[in-house]
Structure formats: C-alpha cells, structure tokens
Design a protein around this ligand. Structure first.
Ligand code: PYC
Length: 312
C-alpha cells in the first residue's frame, strides 16, 4: 500500500491539492527538468492524485519540491486532470496558505520556483496572498478564428504563465445557469485554434480560453469565465488568466501601470490585480484568498483496479 500525504485548499472556490509526502523522486535538476521527468516517468502519479475517484476535473495538484536555490521557500510543479501547468495563480495562493498552515513559512515575501521561472509571493495574512507573477504580455491582438457552430470570434493571444485566448465580444451570459453553453463555446474555440494555426510563441498550444463580461457585483471591474485545458472551468478568477488580461488592458491603454483591476470569477469570487512594466513586459501582482479544507492520506492499493485514477 503506497501512501500520499496531501493538504487541500480552495482559492476563490478553485481547489488545490498540495502533495507534501509520498511523491515521486524527480532528482535535483531545475523545475523544468523535473517537470519533464514527472511527465515522462510518473504520469500515473498525476492521475492518481487529481483524477476521479479521489479527485475531480477541477482539481489542480501541486507537487512540493526541494528548491534549487536554498533561498527559495519551495519548488512546485502544478498538474491537472489532463497534464501539467507551467504556472498556476490560484494554486500559488493555495500553496502559500498551505505552507503557512504547515508552519513552514510566516507572513512576508517568499520565492517559489516553478517550471516557467521563479516567482515571488507575499503571505499578507494567514489567508491572503499576493503573487508577483512571471512577465506577461500580449502576443497578438484581434485574432479572428472560425468556430464550429458559432462563426467568427475575435480574441487576443496573451501569456500570463499559461497561454490564453481572450474574448471580449460574444453573445453569452456569464452565469452558472449558462455553464453548458459557455463550456461548449470555449471548448470549440480551443479546438479551432490549432486547426487554424493560431498558437502562442514558438508554436505553443493555447490551452486556456477566457471570456469577459460585465461585473456581477459592485466591487468588481468585470467577470470572466475560464476554460482550463481538461475542459473544467476555473471557479476562481484564474491568476494566470487575470495576468494575461492585465497585460492586454495595459497594452490597450485601458489600465494604467499600478492601477487596480478587480477580476470577478464565474462564481462571484474576486482577485485584485495590477501590473508594472519592466523591459516591455508586464509584471502582474495578483491578490486572492485561500482556505485549507482537508489534510488527508491517499491510499494507493495494489488490489484497487482504479488505484491510478480514471484516465481518458
Ligand atoms: O489560477 O492560474 C490559475 C489557474 C490556471 C488553471 C487553473 N487556475
């Protein structure tokens, strides 16, 4: 019987499961090298932790790693129901709150190593974190894509730690009662992008689609709906998606450097963000809250036919 120790939290409704013991040995390379080894040799560990029957499609896993630089608080590799994430904003907020819950960090700023580079994050109170994300930017504006059943859709391609296609103009209400349509629309956009040769930099796949609409409550500047790579939608406003949005707003002159943007999620939870331009890229700062909601030991029994999770 293999045992995996995890701590679960949610950030604005989006779950993060931090693996604190029982994970694979990925050696001592960079986070990028360790991610490649994880992918190549231990992909069943990913599905064991986040897929049904132990997890669910919305769950993001975070494998806690020894950092390369001893000045860093931790290294982390994020993963989901279908693969791996370069960076995850809600997951980083959940990770810091979890490290504080474990007594490993106190209030203040901590460096975290991710496969797409080091980021820093500040634990501002036991449940509130501000993430200083990777340099973010818009790669292309007003890109036209022909979407099955919906026709022409115009969007921007931007990087916020993951690749996003951001759509402002569409016909759909961003409400939970409209989920089936929102998932269908964004999934068809996602499928149309590679067919029409629309990618991130260096041919990278655009694996997140983000729709925007008017605010649902007075304390936000706008609402979003984010479709994640495995067809689950982000319950939080999406840290990397909010970073990509801020990069686009600044590029359009609609948000000034240092000005706050309050991004509401499809379920009504909120992240606050702002951006500073450094070397032509936007450094986003994203603030949100997370709560630890479980400490558990996952049991991987050799007799269980679904021990490694349900895989597509
Ligand atoms: O918060 O960056 C984020 C994120 C990406 C996928 C799910 N959440």
């Amino acid at each position: 019987m293999h045992r995996i120790n995890v701590i679960d939290s949610h950030t604005g409704g989006e779950p993060t499961r931090v693996v604190i013991a029982g994970g694979p040995d990925l050696g001592g390379g960079t986070m990028d090298e360790r991610l490649a080894k994880f992918q190549r040799e231990h992909d069943t560990f990913r599905s064991t932790v986040v897929n049904e029957p132990r997890g669910n499609d919305a769950m993001v896993g975070a494998l806690l790693c020894e950092p390369v630089d001893s000045a860093s608080a931790a290294g982390v590799i994020f993963f989901n129901n279908v693969g791996y994430l370069g960076m995850c904003g809600h997951g980083t907020i959940g990770l810091l709150v979890t490290l504080a819950h474990m007594g490993k960090i106190g209030l203040g700023t901590h460096q975290i190593e991710t496969p797409v580079g080091p980021i820093s994050a500040t634990l501002e109170s036991p449940n509130q974190v501000m993430v200083r994300n990777v340099p973010s930017y818009r790669l292309a504006k007003d890109v036209s894509v022909n979407v099955d059943g919906y026709g022409e859709v115009i969007g921007d391609v931007a990087w916020g730690g993951n690749w996003f296609f951001l759509v402002n103009k569409h016909q759909h209400d961003l409400t939970l009662s409209n989920l089936d349509t929102l998932i269908d629309f964004t999934w068809k956009i996602r499928q149309a992008l590679p067919r029409q040769g629309i990618t991130g930099a260096n041919g990278a796949e655009i694996d997140h689609v983000e729709l925007f609409g008017p605010p649902g409550n007075a304390s936000s500047d706008g609402k979003n709906f984010v479709l994640c790579p495995g067809k689950a939608y982000d319950r939080s406003p999406c840290g990397t998606g909010t970073s990509a949005k801020i990069a686009c707003l600044i590029a359009d002159g609609k948000l000034r450097e240092g000005e706050t943007w309050r991004q509401e999620s499809i379920i009504g939870t909120l992240f606050e963000g702002k951006g500073t331009i450094v070397d032509g890229r936007v450094i986003p700062e994203i603030r949100g809250t997370a709560y630890v909601n479980a400490e558990a030991t996952l049991l991987v029994s050799p007799n269980d036919p679904l021990a490694l999770g349900i895989r597509a």
